[in-house]
Design a protein around this ligand. Structure first.
Ligand code: HEM
Length: 154
């Protein structure tokens, strides 16, 4: 019971950290198009976004496939859980290019090499789509928790 409550708490902490982080990263990416000094804020927000992602995935997988909540049989038959995971998969794929690029930027910065931020505008657009998905996911999460969508896809 207590472990289930703790997993739920940390899953919600991920949202409390992740949503402001991805909004902040978008703001910094927008500014980066004209001001190179915004790079530090991109990295800071990206660190928080990374922490939120780890918390989300770790606690989410334990909740879905561990014996803390309704059991994997329930979730795998919940249409709203599958839709939530679909949104998560889209979010994750949108994040791949920025994630790889920001790692390269960090390596370049640590070596004192120049950083090409010319694609900041593209990353801003991808980030905006990620903000929308992050806001959409709790709607599906709340529905799946209440049995809405059970058996939709068999
Ligand atoms: C690998 C990723 C994830 C998995 C496997 C996962 C799985 C779960 C599970 C099993 C629950 C418990 C539902 C219940 O009480 O029966 C839950 C709740 C919840 N999840 Fe996730 N989740 C993931 C990512 C996310 C993300 C990215 C968000 C937000 C953007 C999110 C938002 C929520 C919310 C708000 C709840 C609480 C719903 C409620 O009790 O009303 N989850 N999640």
């Amino acid at each position: 019971m207590i472990s289930s409550a703790l997993l739920s708490t940390f899953h919600l902490f991920a949202l409390a950290i992740g949503l402001p982080a991805v909004v902040m990263r978008g703001k910094a990416l927008k500014e980066l198009q004209t001001n190179p000094a915004a790079l530090e804020r991109v990295f800071f927000a990206d660190n928080l976004w990374g922490i939120a992602a780890i918390l989300w995935i770790a606690t989410g997988l334990f909740r879905a496939f561990g014996s803390f909540e309704k059991g994997s049989g329930y979730y795998l038959h919940s249409g709203t859980f599958l839709l939530k995971m679909g949104l998560f998969a889209v979010l994750f794929s949108l994040e791949l290019l920025p994630m790889i690029t920001f790692i390269k930027w960090r390596i370049a910065q640590s070596k004192g090499q120049p950083i090409d931020t010319s694609r900041a505008g593209l990353f801003f657009k991808l980030n905006t789509a990620e903000v929308v998905l992050t806001i959409a996911m709790p709607f599906f999460a709340s529905m799946m928790a209440r049995g809405i969508g059970f058996g939709w896809f068999g």
